[in-house]
Structures are given as structure tokens and as C-alpha cells.
Design a protein around this ligand. Structure first.
Ligand code: MV4
Length: 501
């Protein structure tokens, strides 16, 4: 069995650091690659060795396969971890890594390829008894036939691009009269975005919850799941809040969904870490949508509730070791919530806000984890994703994790750029979030940007003081969490801090 001694991380920012930390714990040397824009980044300093591979645009640096492979050859690297984004789901890259005699810390090129096509993924999964949304099994080439199927399924239907991702090439069709127009749009959008105009149709689930299952597979045919993550709070297909476990599913559904996820992974002989995405309707019917063949941004919430270091498992798997954990060994302990801190102005249509982190003070303390890749004084480059950090809190139960999150958000001090922190605080304290009555439409349905700008800190503190007096004798274990209650307690702290200044 090959032992990995040196890993090159083909990524940047928080995820590069995240991976290097585990590598170091395992006694494995680390190599960073970086663009000219990231010269002073923490991931560059953290690595044992670091090499600049090109100009700021990712096409010239983080996506530059030849340069990355050359660094591996020059420095005696054994394995590459791609992180997420960039080259992580590029089957051709995974293949070239292998051909260069290196280990790709991820799935096989074949698994990446199958799951990269939604139609191929559904076809593979259909070997097993996995619930799927009613729809067409193949790309549409005959429109009349497709319209007949749409009528059978019943409108509204959804047209999806087989090569799609992030909602691109996706079109809702409300009735047959719109069919041709929406089909034309979907095909041309898919063609220009992915160079592949193949589309298929599905029944449109109007208010789904987005629930995904983490899986791990080894090279010996063992596949396990590490329960679900609830990821419904998103805007324009960008997740903002994730948590584990989901409050919307029963132990029975969890087991069924877990089994389905393992079957999806088995259908493409999966090894490595992967995530199987489902949507769930109001009647708690769930359907397989697609599989992500990478480590995901939101993996920490799974780590918190299972105690498993997913990066460590990925590395062990890549070395050819059998999974050290059996399904029966795993159990959910406690509850974790993650928010994504983006340099975006939620009060202004979430426009990316570039600039310098004049103040950057992180929260800390029991049950608080911050995965970030920036420091005070650094600039947020315009070239990459504007995520500054992930803030994760962990507690015995959901209420505790949410309370910790509000406390941690209030301890987070960032100036110089607008961030999604106030928006995330709004979500944490929203009744629909707190009581679990939310779906993927949460932001559109509940978020009014004005709520962030109209309340000043002193108004909040005043309101909080009032509420805390009214709710003085609340006993935390006997009541479900109340919006105002969390609000009051979190803000009392802030009020005291304000008074001290
Ligand atoms: C759907 C759907 C409703 N019905 N499919 C969005 C991106 C891609 N991963 C699949 N997506 C959806 N597929 C059917 N048949 C609703 C969505 C969807 C969605 C899914 C997960 C998370 C957020 C979403 C936001 C809007 C739409």
C-alpha cells in the first residue's frame, strides 16, 4: 500500500488550510501552490513549501494543470488534494494526475465523469431502487414526445441541462403553451454554458427542502454514509446556512435516505468522499437529484456531529486503506450549524463587496469553529469566490447551536467590507428557521433587506432589554427555542458591551 508523504493542495484560502492542517497531523508534508494575488495568504505561509504558479486569474494559476503537475515532479509530491471548486470535479485532471504516477485524493475519473452528467447519474442510479423525480430518462430529441410526457407528469415541470450545475440551464414550465419557448431557452443556455445542449424534464417540486448525505467509500467496496446535512437556506443556488442533522426528517427517513445514498455511490463504484443530493417535498417524499464528487464547503457540520475528520479519511482511502469506521459505529452526537461569511452586501442584493479587511476579529470559545483563509489587513481579491470564512457552532442540541451562533456572530468583528453576517443573524433569529418551517424559498419569502438597515444597534439593545425583562422566568429545558428569547440573550451581552464603552 502506498504511503503518502507529501501532498500538494491544488486550492487556496480556507479549504487549502483545512486540508494542510490534517495532513500535518498525519505527519504528511504539504505543498501550497498560489497565484500572484495570494502571495501573502495564510495557506502559503502554512505549507512546508510553496510555489507561485501564475497570474491572478484562476485560468492561469489554480486551473493550470501542467504547472501543477510540474510542481509535483519538481518537489517529489506523492498526492494531490483538489479541495472544492477549481479542478476538484474535473475528470480529465484526475486522469492526468494518475497518469503522472501521482495519487488523486478523490474518486476515480470514471465516477467523476458519470456523476458530472445528470442523465448518466440517473441512469446509473436506476440500477438500484432509488426514488427519483418523475421525468424523462434520456435527453429530449422529440418535442412532441416530450410534451406528451410533460402532460402525463402534470405541470409545472422543470427543464434541466444534463451537464448543468448551480441552476444554469434550468427552466420552469407552467403549462404546455410555454413549453417550446422555455425549451429553446434551456437548450441555448446549456449549449453556451456547458457546450452541451442536452436537456431532460422532471416534475417540478415547488417547495423542496434540500437535504444531502455525506458518503465515504474505500477501494475495497465498502461504502458508508455519515448522515445528512440540511442545506435549504440558500440564495440563487448559493448556500448560506447549513446544519446537521436536519430537523425535518425522522430516523426512518434518515435510514432510507442513507441507504439510497450508499446505493447511488455503489452505482458508480465510488471511492473517496462524496455527497448525494436529495430534495424532499412537503409530504416528506425524497428524490435523488445528483451526486457531488468532492469534499464540500459544508463538510464541517458533518465532522462536528460524527467526530470524523473527513480529510483524514480521504487521505487514508487514497492510500488504499480500508475504511476504519463501520456504519454501525457511527452515531449522531449533538447539533452543528454553519454560516458562510461572504464579502457581500445583503442589504444591497448581495453584491460582492471587495476591499481590505481593516478589522478582522474572530469569535472563539466553546463549540465555535472558524475555518478561514484571511487575516486582518488583507484584501479580498476580486478574482475568486468572495467567501471570507465559515463559522460553525456545535452544541448538545439545535437550540444550543443556534444560541452559540448568535453569540459568535456578535463576537465577529469585520470592517472594511460588508459581509453576510447580519443576514445570517437575521436567519438564526427568524421564527421559520428556528421552528424548522423553511424550504429552499426561505430567502425570497422572508428576507426584506430593509430589516438589516433599519434597526440600529441601540434599538436592538433596547428591544432586547425589554424582552429579557418580560421573559425573565423562562426555563430553557422545558420550552422550544423562541425567537425573541435568543435575540434577547444575545443582545444583552451586546448591550452591556455598549454600556462599557
Ligand atoms: C429541482 C427542484 C425542484 N424540482 N428539481 C437546483 C439546482 C440543482 N442542484 C437542482 N435544483 C433543483 N432541482 C425538481 N424536479 C428545485 C431545485 C432547486 C434547488 C435545489 C436544491 C437547493 C436549492 C434549490 C433552489 C432552487 C431550486
Amino acid at each position: 500500500m502506498p504511503q503518502i508523504r507529501k501532498i500538494l493542495v491544488a486550492n487556496r484560502g480556507e479549504i487549502a488550510l483545512r486540508i494542510m492542517r490534517t495532513a500535518r497531523e498525519m505527519g504528511i508534508a504539504t505543498v501550497a501552490v498560489f497565484s500572484e494575488a495570494d502571495r501573502t495568504s495564510p495557506h502559503v505561509r502554512y505549507a512546508d513549501e510553496a510555489v507561485c504558479i501564475g497570474a491572478a486569474p484562476s485560468s492561469e494559476s489554480y486551473l493550470n494543470i501542467d504547472k501543477i503537475l510540474k510542481v509535483c515532479a519538481d518537489l517529489g509530491v506523492d498526492a494531490i488534494h483538489p479541495g472544492y471548486g477549481f479542478l476538484s470535479e474535473n475528470a480529465a485532471f484526475a486522469k492526468k494526475v494518475k497518469e503522472a504516477g501521482l495519487i488523486f485524493i478523490g474518486p476515480s475519473p470514471e465516477s467523476i465523469e458519470v456523476m458530472g452528467s445528470k442523465l448518466a447519474a440517473k441512469q446509473a442510479a436506476s440500477k438500484y431502487n432509488i426514488p427519483m423525480v418523475p421525468g424523462t430518462p434520456d435527453a429530449i430529441d422529440d418535442r412532441d414526445e416530450a410534451k406528451r410526457i410533460a402532460n402525463n407528469i402534470g405541470y409545472p415541470i422543470l427543464i434541466k441541462a444534463s451537464a448543468g450545475g448551480g441552476g444554469k440551464g434550468m427552466r420552469v414550465v407552467e403549462n404546455e403553451a410555454e413549453f417550446d419557448e422555455q425549451m429553446d431557452r434551456a437548450v441555448s443556455e446549456a449549449q453556451s454554458a456547458f457546450g452541451d445542449g442536452s436537456v431532460f424534464i422532471e416534475k417540478y417540486i415547488t417547495s423542496p427542502k434540500h437535504i444531502e448525505i455525506q458518503v465515504l467509500g474505500d477501494h475495497h467496496g465498502n461504502i458508508i454514509h455519515l448522515f445528512e446535512r440540511e442545506c435549504s437556506i440558500q440564495r440563487r443556488h448559493q448556500k448560506v446556512v447549513e446544519e446537521a442533522p436536519s430537523i425535518s426528517i425522522t430516523p426512518e427517513i434518515r435510514e432510507e435516505m442513507g441507504r439510497s445514498a450508499v446505493d447511488v455511490a455503489r452505482s458508480c463504484n465510488y471511492y473517496g468522499a462524496g455527497t448525494v443530493e436529495f430534495i424532499m417535498d412537503e409530504n416528506r417524499n425524497f428524490y435523488f437529484l445528483e451526486m457531488n464528487t468532492r469534499l464540500q464547503v459544508e463538510h464541517p457540520v458533518t465532522e462536528m456531529i460524527t467526530g470524523v475528520d473527513l480529510v483524514k479519511e480521504m487521505i487514508r482511502i487514497a492510500e488504499g486503506q480500508p475504511l476504519a469506521i463501520a456504519q454501525e459505529d457511527l452515531q449522531i452526537r449533538g447539533h452543528a450549524v454553519e454560516i458562510r461569511v461572504y464579502a457581500e452586501d445583503a442589504a444591497n442584493h448581495f453584491l460582492p463587496d471587495i476591499g481590505t479587511l481593516h478589522t478582522y476579529v474572530k469569535p472563539d470559545g466553546n463549540g465555535v469553529r472558524v475555518d478561514d483563509g484571511f487575516e486582518q489587513g488583507m484584501e479580498i481579491p476580486i478574482y475568486y469566490d468572495p467567501m471570507i470564512a465559515k463559522l460553525i457552532t456545535y452544541g448538545d442540541d439545535r437550540e444550543t447551536a443556534i444560541r452559540k451562533m448568535v453569540r459568535a456572530i456578535d463576537e465577529y468583528h469585520i470592517s472594511g467590507v460588508q459581509t453576510t453576517l447580519p443576514f445570517c443573524r437575521f436567519v438564526m433569529l427568524h421564527e421559520a428557521f428556528v421552528n424548522g418551517s423553511f424550504d429552499t424559498n426561505f430567502v425570497g419569502r422572508h428576507f426584506d433587506p430593509d430589516v438589516l438597515s433599519t434597526k440600529t444597534d441601540s434599538e436592538v439593545a433596547g428591544l432586547a432589554a425589554l424582552i429579557s425583562v418580560l421573559m425573565k422566568d423562562t426555563s430553557p429545558e422545558s420550552k422550544p427555542v423562541q425567537n425573541e428569547e435568543v435575540y434577547a440573550n444575545a443582545s444583552k451581552w451586546k448591550a452591556r458591551r455598549f454600556a462599557a464603552h
